[in-house]
Design a protein around this ligand. Structure first.
Ligand SMILES: [Zn+2]
Ligand SMILES: [Zn+2]
Length: 555
């Protein structure tokens, strides 16, 4: 049972660890930042970073501190490639900032805005509300231009840092070559005023339109465009420039005085862009920079997600099949140094697990005091909304998986009514809160999406309008005797799920039919399969009368 052991494992000390490190900064207002380049649909993994920031913010607010979160959209990054399926031509748009590329769907300001909006729209549901910063707009502000000016004046220091960090593991020859290439290197590129590009060439052969000279006395910038060949010298204030990535990041930290920023392993490896940025913070801006919080990636079904290869599972894909609070729960309960592998096929079990965890918080489950303490701390951080004083019963996801597939047969109202009855029985209540009612609607939708997209053959329940002729022909005389007994039992009046389950065994025994065969016959009649959901509850879902009539139709 290694899997379930792992699932029961909670490793949440990281929350207090990060909080303590952030508190040591002792600033008037704490700013937690996160960021992403909108190069295509942004996958659900980015939420790990946003949720880490959000939770630290919530803990700071709990302590009476001032705190806020920020999300930086790197839409000023140039196009290097498009994900598969894009209708835009890479030749036409390569090297142009995402903010200047049109939205192929026509609904947003730009290509970059479209994919950023696709993500931002899901924030309220995930309980996060960072201030949004668009890098393309930021670079038009005087404050940012002033920071760029500082970097250009400190080019020599920045060159030293780049050589120290980038060439760290180079061979002596590579290093000599790199040092040589840095002699006339400047930490910024220019958006060519003629062709609108920041660089020429696609992935693998990129030539940035790097600044070739800067005169601090006149503020004049010289540059060369590798795409159209334009070479010119103009005042900094009349050009659109962009700092190179390793410098752009710490400059934004400094501009906003970011207290803490989590980063995925690609950026946070030792000597990587995060460490370079911290060095730039110290030596160029004379400031220590943010608290570095490295975290491992989120995988889906054991695979890393990459926008460029088109392997994308977005936050919206998650919300279609599962509650946002479950996602927060999975992010928060796992140590930052561990990869989180989301297995969509296990969603019903995970929702169940989270539902039990929620009831532990409300002291409605048998749990030891450690577990209860854990739930009291963690559960409020998992919820998108402030926690209610009273528990709101939730529809069992596994139940929803079965009944949501019967809507065509039974109609929506009957389906909801069956859900209400099931919940009243399960929770021993007389009536349901409005919120439970909206939870029913939500879970029915999620469960149906889940079963259609990720359910296995076993999870799928399809009731054909009539019993197929082929099924009728397989019925033996003994089968029919059993079925007659079932009709009688079902027409006898109301019965619980357990009574019906027992009636199947009894009817089989009474005519001398093997129990296993009896169940196969029933499932074949109802869903044209050999097995299916537990029969007693399933028959009650379909309605006893309806099932009796269905059986009678083949006798
Ligand atoms: Zn759009
Ligand atoms: Zn050009």
């Amino acid at each position: 049972m290694p899997e379930s052991v792992q699932e029961e494992e909670f490793s949440i000390h990281w929350i207090e660890d990060v909080l303590q490190r952030v508190l040591e900064r002792d600033v008037d207002e704490y700013l937690l930042s996160a960021g992403k380049s909108p190069s295509g649909s942004i996958h659900v993994g980015i939420l790990r970073e946003l949720i880490i920031s959000d939770v630290i913010k919530r803990r700071l607010l709990d302590l009476g501190k001032k705190a806020r979160t920020m999300f930086v959209i790197d839409d000023y990054d140039p196009v290097r490639s498009f994900p598969p399926g894009t209708s835009l031509s890479l030749d036409e748009w390569v090297g142009i900032p995402y903010s200047d590329v049109p939205d192929e769907f026509g609904c947003c300001e730009s290509y970059g805005a479209h994919y950023a909006n696709e993500l931002i729209e899901t924030f309220p549901e995930f309980g996060i509300d960072p201030e949004i910063v668009w890098t393309s707009k930021l670079y038009r502000t005087d404050a940012m231009i002033e920071e760029v000016r500082t970097c250009l004046r400190e080019t020599e220091t920045i060159r030293e840092i780049m050589i120290e960090y980038v060439a760290r593991d180079f061979s002596p020859e590579q290093r000599a070559q790199y040092v040589d290439s840095m002699k006339n290197w400047y930490p910024a590129s220019v958006v060519c005023p003629e062709c609108g590009r920041l660089q020429a060439g696609a992935k693998g052969s990129i030539m940035p339109n790097r600044i070739t000279a800067y005169d601090p006395d006149t503020d004049a910038v010289s540059f060369k465009c590798h795409y159209c060949g334009l070479e010119d010298t103009r005042p900094l204030s009349q050009l659109r420039v962009k700092l190179t990535w390793r410098i752009d990041w710490p400059t934004k930290w400094h501009l906003f005085r970011v207290t803490c920023e989590p980063a995925g392993k690609d950026h946070s490896v030792k000597g990587g862009s995060y460490d370079t940025g911290l060095e730039v913070s110290r030596r160029v801006f004379g400031w220590e920079g943010p608290v570095k919080v490295p975290y491992e990636w989120v995988q889906i079904g054991g695979r890393d997600m990459t926008t460029s290869e088109g392997i994308v599972f977005t936050p919206r894909s998650w919300l279609r099949i599962a509650p946002a609070s479950l996602y927060r729960f999975l992010m928060l309960k796992t140590d930052l140094q561990r990869t989180i592998n989301i297995q969509p096929d296990r969603i019903p079990d995970l929702v169940d697990q989270y539902d039990r965890f929620e009831r532990t918080y409300y002291a409605l489950e048998d749990a030891d005091s450690d577990r209860e303490r854990l739930a009291r701390l963690l559960y409020p951080l998992c919820e998108a909304q402030p926690v209610r004083e009273e528990y709101v019963p939730k529809l069992s996801f596994k139940f929803a998986v079965v009944i949501s597939q019967l809507e065509e047969l039974l109609g929506h109202d009957v389906v909801v009514q069956r859900c209400v009855e099931a919940m009243k029985r399960q929770f021993g209540v007389e009536s349901l809160h409005d919120e439970s009612m909206s939870n029913i609607e939500q879970r029915l939708k999620m469960a149906l999406n889940w079963v259609r997209e990720y359910g296995t053959e076993r999870d799928r329940v399809e009731v054909p309008p009539e019993v197929p002729a082929a099924t009728r022909q397989t019925l033996t005389d003994k089968d029919k005797e059993f079925l007659s007994a079932m009709v009688e039992a079902l027409r006898r009046g109301s019965a619980s799920d357990e009574d019906i389950q027992a009636a199947v065994f009894e009817a089989a025994r009474s005519v001398g039919l093997k129990e296993k065969r009896a169940f196969v016959v029933m499932y074949r009649l109802l869903i044209s399969r050999k097995s299916g959901p537990r029969l007693g509850p399933f028959i009650n879902l379909l309605g006893r009368e309806w099932v009796a009539d269905r059986i009678a139709s083949v006798l």
